[in-house]
Ligand binder design. Structure first.
Ligand code: VGL
Ligand code: ZN
Length: 189
């Protein structure tokens, strides 16, 4: 899609969800074509910088033996373990040095799929005067979905950069799009 640059305005921000090596081909929770989001999101980063709107990037950042891992009865293989190579942002992602990083998934007792779940980030957005988020990243049907729903609950407008996301499963991706639409998130395709 052509980025509607004139639409990026004060009160907007770009939020990139979990563009980390473990979610890309070769990673421990690899999403098919996960790395295809990188060049697309780089274009959005450039547009955000030109428009002077903030860029935020969340990262999944689990302690070893996290409750979300299968070995502990969770749903996922071990992934994004703190300070490991797999937890790093994809090296091709051109994150500006001043991008604010949102760390999540650190709780020992429960998972946090949403970047707004007990991170204080919703309060931060409110203080910063952010009313609308352009959102892309991984995975569409897990952490992007959870973040979009929490943002809508917090009264934040959301625009999902669909081609800048990839789902864990195609069916999950379809269901996620429906759920986001029901919650009045705009889906850009
Ligand atoms: C995610 C599965 C487990 C994600 C995080 O970032 O979408 N998916 N942890
Ligand atoms: Zn995780």
């Amino acid at each position: 899609m052509i980025i509607p640059k004139e639409e990026l305005k004060k009160g907007d921000a770009l939020l990139l969800i979990d563009v980390q090596k473990d979610f890309c081909p070769g990673g421990s929770l690899a999403i098919e074509d996960g790395d295809a989001v990188v060049p697309i999101l780089n274009d959005w980063i450039e547009a955000a910088e030109e428009a002077g709107i903030p860029v935020y990037a969340s990262r999944d950042w689990h302690p070893k033996g996290h409750v979300s891992f299968r070995e502990k009865g969770g749903d996922w293989p071990p992934h994004c373990i703190q300070d490991t190579d797999g937890a790093a942002f994809h090296p091709g992602l051109n994150l500006p040095a001043h991008a604010v990083i949102v760390t999540k998934g650190v709780r020992f007792d429960q998972d946090q799929n949403s970047a707004l779940d007990q991170t204080g980030f919703a309060e931060y957005l409110n203080r910063e005067g952010i009313k609308r988020l352009w959102i892309g990243g991984l995975a569409l049907d897990v952490c992007v979905l959870a973040t979009v729903l929490d943002a809508r609950d917090a009264g934040i407008e959301t625009l999902v950069i669909l081609e800048g996301t990839k789902p864990v499963t195609p069916q999950g991706g379809k269901a996620a799009i429906e759920k986001m639409k029901q919650n009045r998130a705009a889906i850009l395709s």
